[in-house]
Design a protein. Structure first.
Length: 403
């Protein structure tokens, strides 16, 4: 008999171990392995099995249904019904659908498609195979929150440090846009307080709407209050503690916090803008291209290059005032002589045309042929509550407690 060397015997032993031990382990691992499908989630309860499928970029609805437990016939039925209530070719990433299956029979009993928003489409199949298709609305839940903080550098950074969402920050700035210029007026130590509601879509756990109920801004010299109120005629808005609307004929500034923050959404907004009053107007130093808004409703009486003013827009307002916006880099859409403009509408963009050493807005206001200090101008409220509305408003604000 042929003898094997010790080295050969060791090789055979290792090979035998692999056959007996390692290979069965690998085989079992392969058998147990399931390829994951990130689009399909199985949810179980006592009565039904639920498949949840989230639409991904590039998905075709019909093809995603082919990956579910539905039969070809079932898929055809559901697609046929869906086409009656929605365009199945316009499914967007992030939308999803759920299929309910009866645990005993394995048959589908309900198909629900959830597009963006509060509505959804429900297809149900009864035990006797009657199919019903409806457009329904999801339930919502509303929570109330209170926040407060102290300004250290800007309103934006103070509020974001409290995890207040962008839409609430912009709404807060919008409410006081007639009294405070949050790009230039904020000072270290100022205090903000607010109470707001957030409405969530229960099924999606996503925010549907948000609304500030009470807003307050405190400076060393004054406290500004704004309370949300709806009149008996259905008109709503924000009013101060005396029932006077916080809105007035003119905005506090032609460069709006909302417009600026939409461009410079960083940890700090201020001090992007600075202003000075070296002459009969206000110079707002701001990056070129910053949107410039009309401070009030009016009619364009001039929109052309005008010597040292460069590209200039002049707006005539119903109270006889004229506002000037100089050194613009370009004009807003549709801005020309004779055009009507609304308060807050973008009429141009900051530039340095004409006699300017750097990009800025030269803003002025004139009445009866004379320029005057815009920041010292008295602003009358657009609405004052009276009668039953005033009484209801005063009773309501007595029950509100900020932090």
């Amino acid at each position: 008999m042929k003898k094997f060397s010790k080295k050969t015997v060791v090789y055979f032993a290792v090979f035998a171990i692999c056959l007996i031990v390692v290979i069965p382990i690998i085989r079992n691992r392969i058998a147990d392995f399931e390829y994951p499908n990130p689009e399909i989630e199985i949810i179980e309860d006592a009565v039904s099995d639920v498949e949840k499928v989230i639409i991904q970029q590039g998905d075709i609805l019909t093809l995603t249904l082919n990956n579910t437990k539905l039969s070809e016939k079932d898929t055809g039925e559901i697609i046929r019904e869906l086409k009656k209530v929605m365009n199945i070719g316009r499914c967007m990433p992030g939308e999803f659908y759920e299929i309910l299956y009866n645990k005993k029979t394995g048959n589908w009993t309900e198909f629900s498609y959830y597009p963006k928003g509060i509505s959804y489409y429900s297809i149900t199949r009864s035990s006797d195979n009657v199919i019903t298709t409806e457009k329904k609305q999801l339930e919502t839940t509303t929570t109330e929150r209170k926040e407060q903080g102290t300004i250290t550098s800007s309103l934006w950074s103070a509020m974001t440090s409290q995890d207040i969402s962008q839409d609430i920050i912009l709404s807060f700035a919008d409410i006081f846009a007639w009294q405070i210029d949050f790009l230039t007026d904020t000072k270290q130590g100022d205090i903000f307080k607010l109470m707001y509601e957030v409405e969530y879509i229960a099924k999606k756990n996503k925010k549907l709407t948000s609304r500030i109920i009470v807003a307050q801004y405190q400076t060393p010299s004054r406290t500004y209050n704004a309370f949300y109120f709806k009149t008996k005629e259905g008109e709503d808005g924000y009013f101060d503690e005396n029932g006077k609307s916080v809105k007035s004929t003119f905005l506090k500034a032609p460069l709006q916090f909302r417009r600026i923050s939409s461009i410079f959404t960083t940890s700090r907004v201020h001090p992007i803008l600075k202003y000075a009053r070296p002459h009969l107007g206000i110079d707002y130093a701001a990056p070129e291209g910053t949107p410039v808004s009309s401070v009030g409703n009016g009619t364009i009486v001039k929109a052309q290059y005008s010597g040292g003013f460069g590209k200039l827009v002049i707006i005539k307002h119903s109270n006889g005032c004229e506002t000037y916006y100089g050194h613009l880099s370009k004009y807003g859409k549709g801005i020309k002589k004779g055009a009507k403009v609304k308060q807050g509408q973008v009429i141009g963009y900051v530039g340095m045309t004409g006699l300017a050493t750097g990009p800025h807005l030269d803003f002025r206001i004139k009445l009866n042929g004379k320029f005057f200090d815009f920041q010292k101008m008295k602003r009358s409220p657009s609405t004052v509550l009276t009668g039953e509305d005033k009484k209801a408003f005063m009773e309501k604000i007595q029950t509100i407690e900020l932090i």
